[in-house]
Design a protein around this ligand. Structure first.
Ligand code: F6R
Length: 609
């Protein structure tokens, strides 16, 4: 969602801020803006659309001079996509200028209060309300004014604030939305995530909820909103520039699909004890006893992460031998859930910042569950709010459509299931066999990736079709859901994913001449049943694209197009069968001329409920 970059130091801020915004573009946004403290006071430039539009505007103005500034990419929540609603916002009295991510929930009451005090608003945003509030409370000390304003606010925020009367200072703060402070040599970059910082420094301070940080060229001071001073921890950012650059690929999504073998090798590295047939998960070891005694696992997440959680549910029951459910975090949270003793909740999330997942996790914790995280971003809020967890280690995911995080999540959940299973009922022989097969998943994905051209050719045949079905059973039912989601989000083609058996209960009415139906038809326990479902589609004129197991010749007699994946145990098949679906979605979006890495209306990390 929205992105923040702020700079104070000795360099010209404008190019640095624009470069930072470009690094944050992947988060999703619909307008952008910058504010600089210049010799002639505060200058603000904003534009609807891409950061490139903002750059054009700045160029036409001859550029802005100054070494302190703020920049922002906005993903609209309160108020439409207009220049007036774009950030930064300023107050009308004290020379305050502010950028904000999140939602100020009591903004209407605050706005009424401020209007009564004579302030006049120029936008529909909750952010302008916050800028006015800081201005209203300003008495010559920006840090104190920000602390005082935040004490009045309910909701979520990451903010960066500057003031004409204190030209060498940025004050930033967070609650619920991520914000880090990059620490350079007499220069500091405040940003929503590390990708906007690593080109300049790898040292950073992560702010906790309710932390306020005052940053000047000389250093920084961290406190709470009640002004209790805090000793911050400076950490090393584990991110290098190569990881966040395209290299030879055309899009980040493509790069990340092709990175999956390497990414999963990282997920597995050091976590398999081949001799004992055991999984070694340092993060879980001290909770092993609680896990063995657990009665139930509840997996939760949103979108792609939920699909991984759904596969996790099958894995937990099949390999971990523990009752498991998987559920949308947004629904779990509000249905007054019953959490019995011995419940383990597993929050699955790439970003570790998804508001619904975080809220569900907190709900489960409050009701006594042991909270685990399966998260990619190190140090993210979910990773910090859980009792223990497993990092995906797949590297930064920049493409808005999640790909390598999905296979990383499924790999990590497989490890957790075997970790549990071996401590419950799974034999050493079975776990040794599964771990051996798991280690071979990356090389098998490489074999699927080699078929990229074939997958593109098949996609070309159907790309004009506006309605698609994705069908699978068992472990591959969530993969069908994931295939449909990938296609929807980047190619804007309507697609439905569902259990293949469900088709007869209604959706079969959709099938007409030439409608593409993608079946995940690998050789698993339900292969014959899937064949029957394929026959039902064919009988009604639908076109079947089958994802099948190498060596299956029969499938060619029933499906118009076949994409092969290597043979493997059914429980590991999702990591292979999803790859052709990711590539189909990618090619469909490119063929339709869409901006794959910046799909309309989407944000990479959804930090509002
Ligand atoms: C789809 C996609 C989203 C995310 C969802 C959860 O490609 O990226 O559906 O999976 O917003 O995000 P995380 O995993 O960051 O919690």
């Amino acid at each position: 969602m929205c992105g923040i970059v702020a700079y104070v130091g000795g360099k010209r801020a404008e190019p640095l801020l624009i470069e930072g915004l470009k690094r944050l573009e992947y988060r999703g946004y619909d307008s952008a803006g910058v504010a600089l403290l210049t010799d002639e006071g505060m200058k603000i430039v904003r534009a609807v659309g891409r950061v490139a539009n903002l750059e054009d505007k700045l160029e036409n103005l001859g550029g802005l001079q100054g070494t302190v500034g703020l920049a922002h990419t906005r993903w609209a929540t309160h108020g439409g996509v207009t220049e007036a609603n774009a950030h930064p916002h300023r107050d009308d009295r004290s020379g305050i200028c502010l950028v904000h991510n999140g939602i100020i929930e009591n903004y209407a009451a605050l706005r009424t209060y401020l209007e009564e005090k004579g302030h006049r608003f120029h936008s529909e945003t909750d952010t302008e309300v916050l800028a006015m509030l800081v201005g209203e409370l300003y008495e010559g000390d920006l840090e104190r004014a920000v602390q005082a304003a935040l004490r009045e606010v309910t909701g979520a925020y990451a903010i960066a604030v500057i003031c004409e009367r204190e030209p060498g200072t940025i004050v930033c703060a967070r609650k619920g939305s991520p914000l880090i402070v990059g620490v350079g040599n007499s220069e500091f970059i405040v940003a929503s995530d590390a990708s906007a910082i690593v080109a300049h420094t790898t040292q950073a301070v992560t702010l906790e909820d309710y932390n306020v940080c005052k940053v000047t060229r000389e250093g920084f001071r961290t406190s709470t909103i009640d002004d209790v001073e805090i000793t911050p921890k400076v950490m090393q950012l584990e991110l290098d520039l190569e990881q966040i650059e395209l290299g030879t690929f055309s899009h980040f999504m493509q790069k990340e699909i092709f990175e999956q073998p390497k990414a999963l090798r990282n997920t597995l590295r050091g976590r398999i004890d081949e001799y004992e047939g055991k999984v070694v998960l340092g993060g879980l070891t001290s909770f092993a006893k609680d896990l063995v005694k657990a009665h139930r696992v509840l997996l939760t997440g949103q979108g792609t992460a939920l699909h991984a959680a759904m596969i996790g549910r099958y894995l937990m029951e099949d390999l971990g031998k523990i009752p498991a459910t998987a559920e949308y975090a947004s629904e779990f949270r509000y249905r007054n859930p019953i959490i019995e003793d011995g419940t383990v909740v597993i929050a699955v999330s790439q970003s570790g910042e998804t508001a619904d997942t975080l809220a569900a996790l907190q709900e489960a914790k409050d009701r006594g569950a042991l909270a685990l995280g399966v998260v990619n971003v190190v140090g993210s809020t979910i990773s910090r709010e859980t009792d223990a967890g497993v990092y995906l280690r797949v590297g930064p995911e920049i493409g808005v459509a999640s790909t390598k995080a999905f296979t990383g999540q499924v790999t990590a959940l497989t490890l957790v299931s075997i970790f549990l299973g071996r401590r419950r009922l799974m034999s050493a022989e079975r776990s040794m066999m599964l771990l051996e097969e798991l280690k071979r998943v990356p090389e098998r994905i490489e074999r699927v990736l080699e078929q990229d051209r074939t997958i593109k050719r098949v996609t070309e045949r159907y790309v004009e079709r506006n309605n698609w079905l994705f069908l699978g059973r068992g472990y591959n039912y969530p993969v069908a859901m994931e295939g449909a989601l990938k296609l929807k989000e980047i190619s804007y083609i309507h697609a439905e994913g569902m259990p293949a058996a469900e088709m007869k209960h209604g959706p079969i009415a959709l099938i007409d001449e030439g409608m593409p139906a993608v079946f995940i038809a690998n050789r698993g326990p339900q292969y014959e049943k899937v064949m029957s479902n394929i026959a039902e589609v064919r009988a009604r004129g639908g076109h079947v694209i089958a994802v099948a197991t190498e060596g299956d010749e029969h499938i060619k007699t029933v499906a118009q197009d076949v994409l092969y994946v290597p043979d493997c145990p059914d429980c590991l098949s999702p990591m292979l069968t999803v790859v052709p679906l990711q590539l189909m979605a990618y090619h469909a979006a490119v063929l339709r001329g869409h901006d794959v890495d910046k799909p309309r209306n989407l944000a990479k990390s959804v930090t509002v409920e």
